[in-house]
Design a binder for this molecule. Sequence first.
Ligand code: NAD
Length: 296
Amino acid sequence: MAVIGFIGLGNMGGPMAANLVKAGHQVVGYDLSPAAIDAAKAAGVTIGESPAAIAAAAEVVVTMLPGGRHVLGVYDGDTGIVAVARPGTLLIDCSTIDVDSARKAHALAAANGAASLDAPVSGGVGGAAAGTLTFMAGGEADAFERARPILEAMGKKIVHCGGAGAGQAAKICNNMILGISMIGVCEAFVLAEKLGLSHQALFDVSSTSSGQCWSLTSYCPVPGPVPASPANRDYQPGFAAALMLKDLKLAQEAAQSAGAPTPLGAAAAQLYALMNAQGEGGTDFSGIIRMLRGEG
Ligand code: NAD
């Protein structure tokens, strides 16, 4: 069992760290939020003095932070975790961040003799608590093999996507598909309503024909056909529209930086920006159907 540092004990990081404790690891955590620290302590996480103090003593350091600037802020500088980590320490960043920052984090680690992996997740807070997350990892094969047993304590599917940044690339490409497909499904239901076609009839046809997709069959944006979908509980998340907007913006940044044409990704980002501007950032992302109907 390993000594694992865990920085960022929020909605996702808290339950992920708790699962590492359950698997028998010694977990030393850190967060800026007193509430996150209290919850982690209750789950058996020891709290360290600072990210640097934790990294100096750990074999593995996991970060689960809001964005790229937070990750690089913790990694970089004289008191950053990269500078103080012992040679060979494995750094795993599970946050969803931009590809360029992820590659910078890898470069910092490599320059200081640390192994590193970008390993963002899908599965949300429920998956973090249940230990059923999907991890998409980028980095050297050796780092991936070292990380695998640790990631397996927090998730059930672990995919090595390629070199530095490939995990983040997979995450934002997947979520761009999700954002676009959800808007497509919502538009079809809105059109069906105007044409007098019932929700169930559209679902029964499209779920077994060429319109079939996850946004329809697992996460249907109207109440009824898929009882577990957020539409049945007034669009409580689930996956909040603010997080979808974050991922779509990351996809747009990456598309611009790489010169990839993504006109529907851009349109999806604009529509989710509008939903957020209307104060609906905390609503499940499938609730965009209400905005498309023009409901205030
Ligand atoms: P969160 O805001 O609940 O947690 C982030 C934590 O980081 C907070 O507790 C905050 O205090 C802490 N923090 C910020 N800066 C810090 C620093 N410098 N040092 C130590 N702690 C610091 O967010 P979350 O929902 O746990 O999301 C974390 C990451 O996971 C994000 O990148 C998010 O995009 C990604 N993600 C979230 C979900 C989800 O459903 N919530 C799903 C998949 C991926």
